[in-house]
Design a protein around this ligand. Structure first.
Ligand SMILES: Nc1nc2c(ncn2[C@@H]2O[C@H](COP(=O)(O)OP(=O)(O)O)[C@@H](O)[C@H]2O)c(=O)[nH]1
Ligand SMILES: [Mg+2]
Length: 313
């Protein structure tokens, strides 16, 4: 709960459509599907018995928030031309789940288990809160999720995001590398083999993306963004160097950062910095991980299916 699951998806789509706050906000499963033919973003919500409750064209964050806090709603399905860097984007579906460790509402845990059992996904991003790693709740939940995943027949990859690393107090010796190593040992102890861990600042990624797209930041977001920029300037490779990702991913993020930081006449310096901040935040590694898997999935598909996806990356 509040580890940053909804913020992580918002960063991927460059928009704060999903409600994110330091409280038990997500009470249902929200599926966001990319369709590059969509002229508007439409959404529907469904009850526990599968009945359609409501639908809206040009959906706004406020509407999703209202549905999300409506006890009758089990699922929200949203479709639109999302601003994602994932390639191929067509057919991409992102599923946001409630935090299953909300002790005030046991339905949240059930919804997450339901999602694991019934949604045909290819990849799971498990968002760990860097400031609350290894609590008893967290261990119980991770063990449940691991056991549920072990029963699945279809292949899937599990990626761990160590989010909110901006909140670690490095001046008090909370070293990022040490934290990632601790997370690694913790996950191995639970039974995950050689887990991939991406340290991340989901909000930094989201704000950089919003600025690049030209969307305004709220006052609070502007203040937070200034703080993220400050820590980025101290060591722009800190998160990447601490991450535990396949070599090909870290090499490609490094390459991307090198190319972006070269002074060119066609990209203004402030824009380059935003791209770099986005890469620094962990988002570039995440997108490369997704793209690599989507390319592999596409490779395995019959020719007719491939034509539908129009690979552009
Ligand atoms: N400092 C910091 N705050 C974050 C980060 N990611 C998310 N948050 C904040 O954490 C709170 C919970 O986020 P949310 O996405 O709702 O978490 P969820 O319950 O896991 O979906 C919100 O106030 C977010 O703005 C991050 O990387 N750093
Ligand atoms: Mg949420």
């Amino acid at each position: 709960m509040s580890a940053g699951k909804s913020s992580f998806i918002n960063a991927l789509i460059g928009d704060d459509l999903l409600h994110a706050a330091n409280e038990a906000t997500t009470a249902c499963i929200t599926t966001l599907s990319h369709d590059d033919q969509s002229k508007s973003t439409s959404a529907c919500c469904y009850a526990y018995n599968g009945d359609l409750l409501d639908s809206v064209v040009n959906v706004q964050a406020e509407q999703l928030k209202t549905w999300n806090s409506d006890d009758r709603v089990k699922n929200i399905a949203l479709q639109g031309n999302l601003s994602t860097y994932c390639r191929p984007a067509q057919g991409l579906a992102l599923h946001d789940t409630p935090g299953p460790n909300n002790s005030q509402d046991p339905r949240h845990a059930q919804l997450t288990i339901d999602a694991i059992q019934n949604i045909p996904f290819d990849m799971v991003f498990y968002i760990l809160n860097a400031t609350q790693l290894g609590t008893r709740d967290d261990r119980t939940l991770l063990t449940t999720v691991k056991n549920e995943l072990a029963q699945l027949q279809r292949p899937h990859e599990v990626i761990f995001i160590l989010n909110k690393v901006d909140q670690l107090d490095c001046e008090k010796g909370e070293s990022l590398t040490k934290h990632v190593e601790q997370a690694f040992a913790y996950l191995v102890d639970i039974g995950f083999t050689n887990p991939t861990i991406v340290p991340m600042i989901a909000n930094a990624a989201l704000y950089a993306r919003k600025k690049l797209i030209g969307k305004p930041l709220s006052r609070k977001q502007r203040l937070e963004f200034a703080n993220f920029r400050d820590i980025y300037l101290q060591d722009s490779s800190a998160l990447l160097n601490a991450s535990r990702v396949p070599d090909v991913i870290s090499k490609n993020v490094k390459k991307y950062m090198q190319i972006t930081s070269r002074k060119t006449t066609d990209t203004p310096a402030d824009k380059s910095e935003l791209y770099l901040l986005m890469a620094y935040s962990g988002l570039a590694a995440v997108v490369l991980i997704i793209n690599r898997q989507r390319a592999a999935l596409l490779q395995a598909q019959p020719r007719k299916e491939k034509a539908k996806h129009k690979v552009s990356a």
